[in-house]
Design a protein around this ligand. Sequence first.
Ligand SMILES: [Fe+2]
Ligand SMILES: [Fe+2]
Length: 171
Amino acid sequence: MPSLTWNASLANELAPMDATHREFIDCYNAAAAAAPEDFLPAFDRLIEHTEGHFDLENGWMAAVDFPGCHRAEHDRVLAVMRDIRKRVERGDLFLARRLIEELPAWFENHVNGMDAALAFHLSSIGFDVDRCTLRPLAEGEQRGTGCGCASMNTPEPASREHAQPAQSPAA
Ligand SMILES: [Fe+2]
Ligand SMILES: [Fe+2]
């Protein structure tokens, strides 16, 4: 069974971000360990967490006019989750299992890429994440633009045609 474990390499030294990432791991592990009949509520909790998690980071990015590719990545992942949720509701767990397998690698890439770049940027400009306020720029100071998107791969198990084993029974 796939699982995620918090470790020092995931720490971005931004307390509310790191706390949110620990919560993602807890929600993910609960969904990954859930029996099929318990999967939907566990998956709903993971989606609910992910919505709040991404809203938090999106709010920081909006406050500092951060490049949009990180937000777009959040939107893509949530769209995949919501699409798969509809299939789970119909009793089809095939793509949900694929997603559960792929999320750990996606999460570690995202935390070490886009989220790390965001945390570094927020720290470097003295952004107050608790008050969501931006320190005014000093004379001649510029905001950074490193969004970390070069290291990202969105999990996209959205096509049953591509995901179905070749020897599966014909429909
Ligand atoms: Fe994050
Ligand atoms: Fe993020």
